[in-house]
Ligand binder design. Sequence first.
Ligand code: TUI
Length: 315
Amino acid sequence: MFSHNRIVELLKVKYPIVQGAMAWVADADLAAAVSNGGGLGIVAAGNMPPEMLDRELTKVRQLTDKPFGLNIMLLSPTWEDAMELAASHRVPVVTTGAGMPGKVIDRLAPLGIIVVPVIASVALAGRVRKQGARAVIAEGMEAGGHVGEITTMALTAQVSAAVDIPVIAAGGVADGRGMLAVFALGAEGVQMGTRFVCAAECNAHERFKNRIIAANDRSTVITGRALGHPVRSIKNKFTQAFQEMEENRVEIAELDKFGSGKLRAAVVDGEVDHGSVMSGQIAGLVKKIQPAGEIIEEIVGEAYELAKTIGARFD
Ligand code: TUI
């Protein structure tokens, strides 16, 4: 299986399934469970203090002997600390999000670290390819958290046509059908966040997981456009208040202050009414808590069987 897949070859994984890097959610326990299940687990640096990230990176190596990744969120004031920790821990793979990864590639690629930026446009895919990215994660606006404006369907097809490095699609994928769909568009891997929030090994608060399990196709909303950082999350009292503030043209500094700490409150403290429950639009497909390894096997099995069924429909 996957013997002609460049993502499997590049990342040295069994399956081309990458776990999305979700701040406060994607810790060493989740990353190790995904890597042990044959995918690529990712620790999200987010806004984590460097000492804490240092401990998570030590821990993930204790929990798995398989490849794993670190995600550097470029909007974070501590992104350079995260980059230095990636270097000192010799993390096998680094993904970047929410910004331009040029400095990260320049610093880490010479050390043999594979840098895979998240991009939300064809132009950025071309630019990071020239800068030395080994693959790209094309993330559509169906994704949870900070999003661009192009859908996974349109972005994956156009990015795959535009660059010669392998493409991992993200946003709106939570099962084997989604995996097969993005492979049809030219992707050789998938990244999934929302489905892995509901992994048994994920330490997100039970109430956070339950909001995803209870969600349907229309449960999420984008807020933060006024801030220039649109974020998709599950509708609740927090998103309602935020939307009202945006409609009333409340000052950016005040909006920023209102949003600050709300993701941590939801994930860690279970503040699912007054916190930010970031989730993708595909939450409606996520119906239960399962071990990460089981999620991966299920998705690969579904995609493989479905590929054969669809092939037969063309006979
Ligand atoms: O980064 C993400 N998703 C995130 S980061 C995050 S933490 C956060 N909290 C509050 C406000 C903002 C962020 C939650 N979810 N996904 C990767 C991603 N990167 N999506 C889109 C992009 C992106 C967008 C523009 C990457 C590069 C880019 O470059 C253009 C530019 O103008 O910088």
